[in-house]
Design a binder for this molecule. Structure first.
Ligand SMILES: Cc1cc2nc3c(=O)[nH]c(=O)nc-3n(C[C@H](O)[C@H](O)[C@H](O)COP(=O)(O)O)c2cc1C
Length: 344
């Protein structure tokens, strides 16, 4: 049995959080992950430069008040004053938790010494966190990596600064910035961070199975986990891991028909969320993931795949996807003929 967890005043429904993923964790995806038991979801990162919030891209990332609580937004930037201003604006708009991004390795972000690049500058981290925490009455979280590089693994130092600055929780991806997404995440640094601070710590990186989840929680003694890529095409993983962690028994797999229902309703919600120029493109990312997951259970022919990704509008896309899902669940799986869907 795992203990209920609080971030500030907010009691989480589970200790499994959806990792923030720009371009993926939009409102439809957050809702679906919540419905399967994610204890907290974070909106896609937004710049601390509030003058950019009016762009179509940024405004589609803002959270509306009808979203499930607690509502969490992630801010990326370098300047303490603008980070604090952005946090205040978020709070005014009904955001209940702020997450500061010190983990993103993207060049676009790091060239401005934001995201994980800030790990090189502990004083700047302290200035940002102190300003943001004092600017808002809502809890502030921080997401970090283990350090900038293997030679400079300073996660313990950064985590200590975060706690001393009044941050309420910390999540940590077990890789350095230099490693990007290569190799495998390591959990020793996460364990050391957890030993050093007393605010809730969420471990992150390469958690792929219920057994990984159990092992990483036991090893690091983290309070919870952040799940990223494994949730793609398989948002029901939250209920499988939650069930295992609370009962120590393996949950019966979600039936094919429930998986199909989930996938179709997700795509339908994406179509309603985005304007007509974006709908098909945004949905294709998720269709590829669902098919990838289902290809481990069923045969998918190349023709089906080619056909789906030629859809020109949302109704064609939904129809093609629906036909494909129906066809593939009718066909028994023959390992050799399985086609792996586009690389994620
Ligand atoms: C497509 C993609 C987008 C991401 N965007 C963000 C982001 O905006 N902010 C952030 O803090 N981390 C971001 N991440 C990192 C994830 O939150 C997570 O730390 C990383 O994927 C490792 O966890 P995983 O192995 O469970 O996927 C992103 C990862 C991916 C794959």
């Amino acid at each position: 049995m795992i203990n209920p967890l609080y971030i500030g005043p907010h009691k989480l429904k589970s200790n499994l959080l959806l990792a923030p993923m720009a371009g993926i964790t939009d409102r439809p995806y957050r809702d679906i992950c919540r419905s399967f038991g994610a204890g907290l979801t974070t909106a896609e990162m937004i710049s601390s430069d509030v003058s950019l919030w009016g762009t179509q891209k940024s405004s589609s990332r803002l959270i509306s008040k009808d979203e499930t609580e607690p509502r969490c937004a992630q801010i990326v930037g370098i300047d303490p004053n603008s980070m604090a201003e952005a946090a205040k604006r978020c709070a005014d708009q009904g955001i209940q938790i702020i997450d500061i991004n010190l983990g993103c390795p993207a060049k676009k972000v790091c060239n401005k010494a934001a995201g994980s690049a800030l790990l090189q500058y502990p004083d700047q981290v302290e200035a940002i966190l102190t300003k943001v925490v004092s600017a808002v009455d809502i809890p502030v979280m921080v997401k970090i990596r283990t350090g900038w590089s293997n030679k400079n693994k300073n996660a313990v130092q950064i985590a200590t600064i975060a706690e001393q600055s009044g941050v309420s929780a910390l999540s940590i991806h077990g890789r350095t910035r230099e490693e990007g997404f290569s190799g495998h995440a390591e959990y020793e640094t996460i364990r050391l961070v957890k030993q050093q601070i007393s605010i809730p710590v969420f471990a992150n990186g390469d958690i792929k199975t219920i057994h990984d989840a159990e092992h990483i929680l036991n090893y690091t003694k983290a309070d919870g986990l952040l799940l990223g890529r494994i949730t793609r095409g398989k948002p029901w993983i939250f209920s499988e891991i939650n069930h295992y962690l609370t009962t120590k028994t393996v949950k019966k797999p979600l039936s094919s028909s429930k998986q199909i229902q989930t996938a179709l309703s997700h795509i339908y919600t994406i179509h309603r969320h985005y304007n007509s120029a974006l709908r098909v493109r945004m949905a294709n990312k998720h269709i590829a993931c669902y098919l990838n997951i289902m290809s481990t259970q069923h045969t998918i022919s190349k023709d089906i795949l080619t056909n789906i990704f030629t859809a020109k509008n949302s109704s064609q896309q939904l129809e093609k996807f629906s036909n494909a899902l129906e066809a593939l669940t009718d066909s028994p799986k023959t390992r050799d003929s399985v086609t792996k869907v586009v690389k994620l």
